[in-house]
Design a binder for this molecule. Sequence first.
Ligand code: SF4
Ligand code: SF4
Length: 453
Amino acid sequence: MAQPDLVLSRYLVFSETTYRHPGGRHLRAVFHTGRARTLLLDTDTAHTLVAGPGPAGLPVDEQLRLAELGLLVPADTDEASEVISTGEQAAGDTRTRQFVIMPTAYCNMGCGYCGQEHRRDTPATRPTRHRDAIATRVEHAMAGGEHDNVVVRWFGGEPLMGYAVLRSLSARFVAAAAHHQVGYSALLVTNGALLDARKLRTLHLDCRVDQLEITIDGPREVHEASRPLNSGQGSYDRITAALRAILADPDLTGLRVTVRTNIGVHNADQATEFATAMRDAGLADPRIRFYPAPVHSWGNDVSDVRLRRRQAAETELRWYAAYLAAGLHCRVLPTQPVRVVCTAASRHSEVIAPDGRIYSCTEQPLVPGFTDQHVATVDTAPAGELRPAGRFDDWYAGLRSGETGCRTCPILPVCGGACPKLWREGAPPCPPLKDNLSERVDLFVRSTGLVPV
Ligand code: SF4
Ligand code: SF4
């Protein structure tokens, strides 16, 4: 059979640097965004592919080897359509159902860049009917026989301000999952200020929270200024103590933690100080993963704090480099493709606000100007049905038709399109990765011990 013409995959990002292998060969690195993998090619091969005659300039067996690795594809392959279709299938996958639940509308912090409006009303103030409706909805999802797994993401406000609600709902979810023999796991997004060793045990061992996402915005003084508690007290020492408590408790080895730092003009230059402080606090441990997240607008004005695009890309690189230098754990490069960009792109995910409204997008509840964009309420939505359609359920059709710039973007497989809501508000949400991927490849390759020539 004739060999099909092979061309370079559109999902390759080459580093510009040449590295010396310990055996003496010279290598170039390439990141395959479709497979979220870094590959090393000898410089002659890389040159032939990128600057020379292209794949046809390589021996056939070498072409086939590179095709196996996904670097070359048949010339008639529509890779973008394949990526979009794979995402669409994943969004329609019934095996996992996700509920993002906000147990409270209140937060004990007053971060200047936050786009939410916090109030003190919770389901706890309207106890049983409301809480029952949420529990019934999740229990129906478990009982329906369609889903193998139910995942709950506790989100806020500050979810631990609704700790009693979180605990009582978790008890029902855990019991129902056991009864109906479906998988159950939970993730908690928290500012961390209310965590202590005892709560951590309850959350992990009783409430089955197996992932925590905690925010620390810099070394102590920077963090306290950026994320002030309404009480006027500090939270940095409490958060770092809680993180150490996780590492010290042998019953919490299954609890994984990510520490996010919201990066803006207020802390962009604090990378080394922060990474050193985290290391000195005893947090250089594989169970704690750090990442920087540039501050963005939720519809609020963050122009005073937000970094410009190029600055955000450079800053992110410096933060990753500082993590590595301090021995902290992080993922410099994506480790898997993003199939479903967010809750809003799948009807198998929904967001339940503290007032019982159901949304498709996490940045509609509590955000002024968006709170009336709910698709139902827990009282009126049929408990056994998926949420009604939201305004981003046609996301994959939009990608396919070229509504955004994503269809032709080389990092679509690891970005997913970032945020349907921002695209439709006319604010392209491209992450810094779009601008700094080849430098991040270099950072990663150097971290493996290879030396630039
Ligand atoms: S549309 Fe954007 S804001 Fe809404 S859930 Fe998705 S990523 Fe978040
Ligand atoms: S959001 Fe931007 S970076 Fe992400 S896939 Fe779309 S165009 Fe590319």
